[in-house]
Design a protein around this ligand. Structure first.
Ligand SMILES: Cc1ncc(COP(=O)(O)O)c(C=O)c1O
Length: 491
């Protein structure tokens, strides 16, 4: 099933001029190829999302202070490359040919490779072992029940609700629905709130499995592009006004794949925007607890649910902080919506496994206890791996530019040229699985990016980057890809 993008919004000439920046060279020489290069970068980085309609050539010529001939030549070139399309009467719009829109394969998850930098799935927190033992000992009374608890084990709902309350968001267990992970939580919300054809606004770059979940309910993906250094709330507002999405899906805490976090002031602005436009947003907090600076930011930055309680549904997960194998996540919302989601769940499954829920409740009781150092140790381990990976990149891939994220589990590497898919293919030849940036885009784009998680042991990271550096060195002579690479699953 393919996602059909609605006719895209039109970007104004003034805004495009700002995005293009200094596209002329230092001496001020104009040239169609320079303009084409600057436009190409915007498209491939996903900052001009697929479907965006360009201003007329006449308007562009005015705002860019360039001749019509130059503008036409640059646009012709990108049309020829398949990045733009024009139709009489409809204008010119961004279209990334060959972009993958079909769901990815699941081979990587079914059969992880030895040097697998595709999945941002860390091994279990060591404390899980003891929690499982304690849970096993406590199972006996539960075994005499039928074992179905559609909303989730009360003990666990209390623990999760308490964690929200600790963060300054008073929550009761009646507001929590336990799910089989955050992905299941989002799928359930979509199934409950989205009808075929409804628009769902997603960040670009964004989380590919969330795109896939929208496709699965025949929703229409509307992308809002992030900036290099954060969210573009003006762009988000324009997208909301132009497309009136039924739902927005946002990752404001350690966004996957960029690792960025929305500032306190921007949270206020976003909350006001959601309220003003009456937009419901699913806030995915899967990576929220992965604050690698140890600044207790988690307590300081308000959650969107506190700022726009009527407009937000929060989802979370045990997968990153604790372990993906638990397959447990949650929804925090009103008791009414919890009931609707629960009723809808019956068409999908009849609840989450009790044993795992009990183990997670035991684990939360231990590691969220004041004085426990378990989480600090886990986060310090990720921070060490992040720094190690950055160091390796400086050594083996010096031409890349990479920011050090303050949280999350991956680096969003800028390769300096749209070589991501070719580099991923060359790395695969060397036994390393990596995901090129275009997987994180609604339709194509971000081919100049690679997402590299830092969850493997340090010696494996070292070997993987050494091999990726060697793959980089061969790229100039490597043939262009004339086939679609297998789509790798990601987390
Ligand atoms: C942003 C985001 N949301 C959801 C998920 C899925 O989480 P879960 O394993 O709980 O289904 C992931 C996993 O990588 C993720 O990064």
């Amino acid at each position: 099933m393919s996602s059909v993008l609605p006719p895209g919004p039109r970007i104004s000439g003034a805004r495009l001029a700002v995005l293009l920046g200094a596209w002329r060279d230092g001496a001020g020489r104009q040239g169609a190829s320079r303009l084409a290069t600057a436009l190409r970068e915007l498209i491939l980085e996903g900052r001009l999302v697929t479907g965006t309609r360009l201003p007329s050539e006449r308007e562009l010529s005015g705002v860019l202070d360039a001749s019509r001939t130059l503008i036409t030549a640059a646009i012709d070139r990108l049309r020829h490359e398949g990045l733009l399309e024009s139709r009489q009467g409809a204008g010119t719009w961004v279209t990334v040919q060959g972009a993958r829109r079909e769901p990815g394969g699941w081979a990587a998850m079914a059969e992880p490779g030895p040097l697998d930098l595709a999945l941002a799935s860390p091994p279990a927190i060591p404390e899980l072992h003891g929690a499982i033992e304690r849970a096993t000992a406590k199972m006996k009374p539960l075994l005499s029940s039928g074992g179905h608890q559609l909303q989730g084990l009360l003990d666990l709902r209390i623990r999760i609700a308490d964690r929200f309350t600790q963060r300054g968001l008073p929550t009761g267990p009646e507001q929590i629905l336990i799910t089989n992970g955050a992905q299941h939580a989002f799928a359930l919300i979509l199934r409950t709130l989205i009808s075929p054809g409804d628009r769902v606004l997603m960040e670009q770059p964004g989380y590919p499995n969330a795109f896939q979940a929208v496709n699965a309910v025949n929703g229409r993906l509307v992308a809002t592009a992030l900036r290099e250094d954060g969210w573009c709330l003006d762009g988000l507002e324009a997208s909301i006004r132009q497309s009136s999405p039924r739902l927005a899906y946002l990752m404001v805490d350690f966004h996957n794949p960029t690792g960025m976090r929305l500032s306190a002031a921007e949270r206020d602005r976003l909350a006001a925007l959601l309220r003003r436009t009456r937009t419901t947003a699913v806030i995915d907090e899967t990576l929220l607890e992965l604050d690698l600076e140890g600044t207790a930011d988690t307590e300081r930055l308000p959650s969107l649910a506190a700022l726009a309680p009527e407009q937000t549904i929060t989802i979370g997960s045990a997968s990153k902080l604790f372990w993906g194998g638990l397959r447990l996540g949650w929804v925090r919302t009103t008791p009414e919506l919890v009931h609707r989601l629960g009723a809808n769940r019956l068409g999908m499954d009849l609840g989450s496994p009790i044993m795992e829920q009990l183990a997670l409740a035991e684990l939360c009781a231990e590691v969220f206890e004041p004085g426990s150092t378990a989480i600090a140790r886990r986060l310090a381990g990720f921070a060490r791996k992040r720094d190690h990976l950055l160091e390796l990149i400086r050594e083996h891939c010096p031409s890349w530019s990479v920011r050090s994220p303050t949280g999350g589990l991956s680096l969003w590497c800028d390769l300096g040229a749209p070589i991501g898919p070719r580099l991923a293919a060359a790395a695969r030849e060397r036994g390393v699985r990596v995901v090129p940036g275009d997987r994180f885009s609604v339709q194509g784009g971000y081919r100049n990016r690679l997402r590299l998680p830092y969850v493997l042991p340090e010696e494996q990271l070292t070997e993987a980057i050494r091999r990726i550096g060697a793959a980089m060195a061969t790229l100039d002579s490597a043939p262009a890809l004339d086939h679609d690479e297998p789509v790798i699953s990601v987390t």
